[in-house]
Ligand binder design. Structure first.
Ligand SMILES: Cc1ncc(COP(=O)(O)O)c(C=O)c1O
Length: 397
């Protein structure tokens, strides 16, 4: 088996039959010429289902297929299914696995789109949802029920960077007869490989680090081959959340530099985190690469790369956020993460609670342990760390 940096460049490559190309091309065709052995009115389905070679772009396309093979190789998975966005991947897997009467146990703090979806949509379909602090293994075990079909983690979690212990929770989930899915968008396969730790599915918003340049949306689920065939049939063939060949090609290209980008994201983030930790106006810095990180032991055990995400707080967050929008010279004050450009956005606790998390008292107190009244969610990019620090210094002072 090849190593990660080699797989990032070579996995999933297919030989072009017409040209001896070294780099992958783009194949935008929506439909494919059917082979002569396909059935015509003899009771044989023209649609070979999810295993059909090439039929129609909603089933699969050469570019999506190359991307799926590459991510599967990086995650140590048998197969993967690519989607139009991270949200399409997350909702696709949940709607595929869960039915009326099932129970979903999910991290009480995860990407807001997912948090809002499970609260607003699943109960109406007869699916019970429990929100749990997945940093607490005992709480996870206590929340399992005989109907728990799926446990959903996000580690590090958006926006507070709280970690979940994948290996421990895989044991809890499996002992209770449930499957485990992990949104590993912040960690990337360079940092963490959830399937090796016992998870059944790993999910990424490809829009973030795997693409790496902020110019294409995508999502992916990786896991066992049979499970991926069933997911493809449900989510792509029947629900249609398919990635475009151009986006798949862009993301596939981005992945080639993922290992070296992650090394640089980590180096830059550590330098910025250390600067922020020393700055008198900064009241809190959270970065898994700092010794002060609340779950440092778990970070060292579970993350081979600490990624480029950090959060920090100051006394008057809204005032600093305004100064950032007016004065930044290098950072972009914008949502999203994992791009080559450094991005930062203020996440006020009151408004994200009202719009998305709606934590009850204990969970709210636990959220506030990490975020206080609000945090600057910061995605440290690939610029020179000195320039990033100078840019933060001039808005903080
Ligand atoms: C952790 C995480 N999961 C899922 C998503 C959703 O991904 P997308 O924006 O590609 O739909 C995001 C987006 O920010 C995210 O941060």
């Amino acid at each position: 088996m090849k190593k990660l940096a080699t797989n990032a460049i070579h996995a999933g490559k297919v030989k072009d039959k017409n040209f001896a190309t070294s780099s992958p091309g783009i194949q935008p065709s929506v439909t494919y010429l059917l082979p002569p052995d396909i059935g015509f009115g003899e009771g044989k389905d023209q649609d070979g289902g999810a295993e059909s070679p090439w039929l129609y772009q909603r089933w699969d396309s050469p570019n999506a297929s190359q991307l799926e093979a590459r991510v599967a190789a990086l995650e140590g998975a048998e197969a993967a299914v690519a989607f139009a966005s991270g949200m399409a991947a997350a909702t696709g897997l949940m709607l595929h696995l869960l039915k009326h009467g099932d129970h979903l146990l999910i991290a009480d703090t995860c990407y807001v789109g997912v948090a809002e979806f499970v609260r607003s949509k699943l109960p109406a379909l007869g699916i019970d949802v429990s929100l749990v602090n997945t940093a607490d293994n005992t709480a996870v075990a206590a929340a399992m029920t005989p109907r728990t079909k799926l446990v959903w983690l996000e580690t590090p979690s958006n926006p507070i960077l709280r970690l979940a212990d994948i290996a421990a929770i895989a044991e809890i989930a499996h002992a209770g007869g449930a499957l485990l899915a992990v949104d590993s968008t912040f960690a990337t396969p360079v940092g963490t490989r959830p399937l090796e730790l016992g998870a059944d599915f790993v999910m990424h918003s490809l829009t973030k680090y795997l693409c790496g340049h902020g110019d294409a949306m995508g999502g992916i689920i990786a896991g066992k081959r049979q499970a991926m065939l069933a997911l493809r049939e449900d989510s792509l063939i029947h629900q249609g959340a398919v990635i475009s060949p151009f986006n798949a090609w862009l993301i596939n290209r981005g992945i080639e530099t993922l290992p070296i980008r992650m090394a640089q994201h980590e180096r830059n983030a550590l330098a910025v985190a250390q600067f922020l930790a020393r700055h008198p106006s900064v009241t809190r810095v959270i970065y898994p690469g700092l010794d002060s990180f609340p779950q440092r032991e778990l970070a060292l055990r579970q993350m081979r790369n600490m990624s480029g995400m950090l959060t920090f707080a100051v006394k008057d967050g809204p005032a600093l956020a305004r100064r950032m929008t007016e004065r930044f010279k290098v950072f972009h004050y914008a949502v999203s993460l994992g791009h080559s450009r450094s991005l930062v956005v203020y996440v006020p606790t009151a408004s994200i609670q009202a719009s998305s998390f709606q934590h009850q008292s204990h969970a709210l107190a636990q959220y506030r342990d990490w975020a206080g009244d609000g945090i600057f969610r910061t995605s440290i990019g690939l610029e020179d760390a000195d320039d990033l620090i100078a840019d933060l210094e001039q808005v903080l002072n």
